[in-house]
Design a protein around this ligand. Structure first.
Ligand code: ADP
Ligand code: MG
Length: 361
């Protein structure tokens, strides 16, 4: 391995009849990097993994794994010839083989003695050495998931592909299995693409996060950047809660129905209508009998309490309050922005990095 790119997709395109599942998609992964992929059901996440694995062929574009061309529209290296490991949602273990043999499955090219050694190593890594002789039906869901992971990483693939690997696990198991999986991937140094539909997972798991829609990458960046600086309305809405209010920037001061929102550096000498994206943690509330904004609903989430507020215009905003705080439905509240917040601005559906030329005055 060269320490360079573990994976590159170049303008990869895939259709199933009239369904355009993946649209000229480009993406790359450094060695050892973990990329999380999220997007609505049917947006092409599994197709993307299947194209990388060699279970589908692209109609156009190229797939490179570890610097070598794995697929073009004319030529496709079969899955077993690519340096990839696969983990599916249902784990897909061989029911008639014990754990050790399941893990040994991809190691046929190694001499027998080395095979046993490698099986021992990866079972240690996932904490299952004591269960090597069991069959899949004698394992819990979490254990099966770890066997599937061990099997995928045993041949030291350049890239491990995981398709919603934790979604069949109980909520209370998931966090632990997720942490263990990440640790095992870090330990083997394989790059990984992890598909998820869970927002918490998408934000906490990987080095970078790709948001897909309709066969295209809408944004790929660090999870924090995706959450704090979404490139458009879709990403803002899909990753985390977001409310939108018409707003106005005048000489670097951003105002909306709730009053002054913030200052916007770089917007001096401008006058422009925008929309402001408010995350619930950015919205401050204070009971105020004189206000005509009103709490409509309160959701207890344990550590935080989500308040749904109706503004005088009829628009709604949400606000996270600490667990001890509760403003009952019907309470009239003053709504503001938590000091220091820098909410994202939209023009149409696109986030603004700075003032557009027509905003200058
Ligand atoms: P996701 O994993 O994001 O839910 P998929 O990649 O499974 O989405 O599917 C993307 C689109 O391609 C969907 O519209 C799906 O119905 C379609 N699709 C996937 N596989 C096939 C197939 N083998 N034949 C026809 N259509 C398919
Ligand atoms: Mg899928």
């Amino acid at each position: 391995m060269t320490g360079a790119q573990a994976l590159a997709l170049e303008e990869v395109d895939k259709r199933y009849g009239t369904v355009h599942a993946v649209r000229r998609l480009s993406l790359s992964l450094d060695a050892g990097e973990v990329l999380t992929v999220i997007g609505p059901s049917g947006c092409g996440k599994s197709t993307l993994l299947r194209l990388i694995a060699g279970l589908e062929r692209p109609d156009a574009g190229r797939v490179l794994i570890d610097g070598e061309v794995a697929a073009t529209e004319r030529r496709s290296v079969p899955p077993e010839g690519r340096h990839v490991g696969l983990v599916f949602q249902d784990h897909a273990l061989f029911p008639h083989l014990d754990v050790g043999r399941n893990v040994a499955f991809g190691l046929a090219s190694l001499p027998r003695s080395q095979r046993a050694e490698r099986v021992g190593e990866v079972l240690d890594l996932v904490g299952l050495a004591h269960l090597a002789g069991r069959h899949p039906h004698e394992l819990s869901g979490g254990e099966q998931q770890r066997v599937a992971l061990a099997r995928a990483i045993a041949p030291r693939p350049a890239v491990v592909l995981l398709d919603e690997p934790f979604s069949s696990l109980d909520e209370n198991l998931r966090a632990q299995v997720r942490a263990d999986t990440l640790a095992a991937l870090r330990e083997t140094g394989s790059a990984a693409v992890v598909v998820t539909h869970d927002q918490d997972e998408a934000l906490s798991l990987g080095d970078r996060l790709a948001v897909l829609r309709d066969g295209r990458v809408e944004q790929v960046a660090s999870p924090r950047e995706v959450y704090e600086s979404p490139v458009n309305r879709f990403v803002a809405t899909f990753m985390g809660e977001a409310d939108f209010l018409p707003a106005h920037v005048h000489d670097a001061l951003l105002t909306s129905e709730i009053g002054i929102v913030s200052t916007v550096p770089g917007w001096a000498h401008t006058d422009h209508d925008v929309e402001v994206v408010l995350r619930p943690h950015q919205v401050a509330l204070r009971p105020d009998p004189g206000s005509s904004a009103r709490v409509e609903g309160v959701e207890y989430h344990g550590a935080f309490v989500l308040h749904h507020v109706r503004l005088p215009s009829g628009r709604a905003v949400r606000s996270w309050q600490q667990h001890g705080v509760r403003h009952d439905p019907g309470t009239t509240v003053a709504v503001g922005v938590v000091p220091g917040s820098r909410p994202v601005l939209l023009s149409g559906d696109t986030a603004l990095a700075g003032p557009p030329p027509e905003a200058r005055r």
